[in-house]
Design a protein around this ligand. Structure first.
Ligand code: TPP
Length: 328
């Protein structure tokens, strides 16, 4: 999909595709929560609230570009081409799970070579220098590929954030750093994480472009990301994007956010749902009707349920394969 065209000049089909991708991510997320409650799946690291910046940043890439997302990046992976059935194979840790062959918690640690997704890790920020390395390799090889690297606000307090961004800046690497700033690292609010809540301000210290965007505003995110990818491809180096969003669900299904967020705050968070906001934007511009938008979501919900039922019936990994691909 990559060009430098502004988002308001894109085709109706492209606008609707962004909406569909978000609906797929929400459907999978909602279905996983049901499966966990039913005792059929182990875990959800929810991406609710993150979908807007995730689809916009990933849709700004071409198929030759690399994605290095954090563990909350379900919608990123959907845009790259991950199917609902593939995701559910990972949720049920099945033998033919293409993400980690049933080795890891869903979305937690995986890579997908075919879709140029590598490597997702649970070790917060560890993937940022690796993403810089991927971008460095592309530059050394004279390839045109851009790397998109995403992480949360908490990750920016880790040394790896500084090392990765600084290295990318010094070498003017073709990389876009996106902080999906939901203002929480599990239960730690942003005021205890950094004295300046604007992550993009740090870009000046590295000598790169820094942009703050409302991460729930899909067209705004798309414009910012298209420009950042174009800047990287022109050889003008990295961009650090601070996408302000609201985490709608608990950190994971192992967490209870009511222990550290008030009911009022959670109600406010639900008013910043990027899917609802983008749907309104499409409806106002007569690109979709409310009924058609609801039908898209309902269709995705049905498919997510069918994908789960299908995946649950697939073969489990064989006991004798337990140490396959384990190197140490
Ligand atoms: C190095 C490291 N320290 C701590 C943890 C435990 N941990 C897992 S997720 C997380 C919060 C990260 O917050 P943030 O980067 O803001 O991303 P978010 O989960 O909010 O999307 C923490 C502390 C970890 N996985 N790795």
């Amino acid at each position: 999909m990559a060009t430098t065209t502004r988002s308001d000049q894109r085709t109706k089909e492209e606008y609707l595709q962004l909406h569909r991708w978000m609906c797929i991510a929400k459907a999978l997320d909602d279905r996983m929560h049901i499966l966990v409650k039913q005792g059929r799946a182990p875990f959800v690291g929810s991406s609710r609230g993150h979908e807007g910046i995730q689809v916009a940043s990933t849709a700004a890439l071409t198929a030759e570009d690399w994605l290095v997302p954090h563990y909350r990046g379900l919608a990123n992976a959907i845009v790259r081409g991950l199917t609902m059935k593939e995701w559910m194979l990972a949720v049920f840790a099945k033998a033919n799970d293409p993400l980690s062959a049933g080795r890891n918690i869903p979305g937690g640690c995986y890579s997908y070579r075919k879709l140029l997704i590598a490597p997702v890790s649970q070790v917060v920020a560890s993937w940022i220098p690796k993403a810089a390395g991927i971008a460095y390799a592309a530059k050394l090889k004279g390839e045109n590929a851009v790397t998109l690297c995403t992480f949360g606000d908490g990750a920016t307090s880790q040394g790896e954030f500084h090392e990765g961004v600084n290295f990318a800046a010094v070498h003017k690497l073709p990389i876009v750093f996106v902080c999906e700033n939901n203002s929480y690292a599990i239960s730690v609010p942003i005021r205890l994480q950094m004295a300046n809540p604007n992550v993009a301000d740090r870009a000046a210290g590295y000598g790169i472009a820094g942009i703050t965007v409302d991460g729930t505003d899909v067209p705004a995110c798309f414009d910012v990301c298209l420009e950042a990818v174009a800047r990287a491809r022109r050889g003008e180096g990295p961009t650090l994007i601070d996408a302000k969003i609201w985490r709608i669900n608990s950190h994971t299904s192992e967490d209870n956010q009511l222990k550290y967020r008030t009911q009022e705050e959670l109600e406010e968070a639900s008013r910043h749902d990027p899917i609802a906001r983008y749907t309104e934007w499409l409806v106002e511009r007569r690109r979709i009707t409310p009924d058609a938008a609801a039908e898209v979501q309902a269709g995705c919900d049905r498919q997510a349920s069918e994908a789960a039922d299908w995946a649950e019936q697939q073969p489990d990994p064989l006991p004798e394969d337990a140490l396959k691909n384990v190197f140490a």
